[in-house]
Design a protein. Structure first.
Ligand SMILES: *[C@@H]1O[C@H](CO)[C@@H](O)[C@H](O)[C@H]1NC(C)=O
Ligand SMILES: *[C@@H]1O[C@H](CO)[C@@H](O)[C@H](O)[C@H]1NC(C)=O
Length: 203
């Protein structure tokens, strides 16, 4: 019996490189990577669909304002070495923290657009699609963290009530910044899961 346990222990160490209390959910990591790839395509379409309904200057050909930011939305920017050397727990936590805010902010954008563009069915569908699958993404990542024995961070309500009474133009801008930054975050999640898949390949 102790011989069997000993062999299993050595195998585990060889497979994962360090001693873990819980097995790494490699299949779940792979599925979450696929989900992030799906969202990468759909978020690029969301940005274009969004812009097309907001009027000038947003709908003008080639419109882009890459430097526009909103303080409430976690920025994706990180140096390559800082990103590459993140621990797995930190990498997954930063995804959970970002998507908690983006999911909450998406509700605000959905409310804005149902007032500004009530007839834009494809935009409404695209926003709802992201609302569903960003929650899916967040809950898949939470499950991976739980399986690996990590603490899932809890993010408190981040949007202040002063956000409710703003001009039409400000609503259009915040929706634009949301779509633009969401796409960048999903690009980062795709890279995060590519790296995790390489670190923990499926058996
Ligand atoms: C993972 O994401 C998918 C797609 O959004 C969702 O249907 C599924 O319920 C999620 N699974 C878990 C365990 O959160
Ligand atoms: C909303 O903003 C407008 C213009 O700034 C102001 O006149 C109005 O009183 C505000 N309404 C509320 C409910 O704060």
């Amino acid at each position: 019996m102790s011989y069997i346990i000993g062999t299993f222990f050595i195998l585990t160490v060889e497979l994962f490189g360090d001693v873990r209390t819980a097995p790494v959910p490699t299949v779940k990591i792979s599925q979450t990577y696929s989900l992030s790839l799906m969202l990468q395509t759909s978020s690029a379409n969301l940005l274009n669909t969004y812009l097309q309904y907001q009027g000038s200057p947003f709908s003008d050909p080639g419109f882009s304002a890459p430097d526009l930011q909103l303080a409430v939305l976690p920025t994706v920017a990180i140096g390559f070495l800082a990103w590459r050397s993140m621990a797995v727990e930190e990498r997954l936590s930063s995804n959970i923290r970002a998507y908690s805010v983006y999911i909450e902010f998406l509700q605000l954008v959905m409310d804005d657009q149902s007032q500004l563009n009530p007839a834009a069915k494809d935009l409404k569908d695209a926003l709802e699609h992201h609302h569903t699958h960003l929650q899916g993404l967040k809950s898949n990542i939470s499950e991976i963290m739980t399986n690996m024995g990590f603490q899932v961070p809890v993010v408190a309500d981040t949007i202040s009530s002063t956000s409710f009474n703003v001009s039409e133009f400000q609503r259009k801008i915040r929706g634009y910044v949301f779509c633009k930054e969401l796409k960048l975050w999903i690009d980062r999640t795709v890279r995060d899961f590519q790296l995790l898949k390489t670190t923990f390949p499926t058996a």
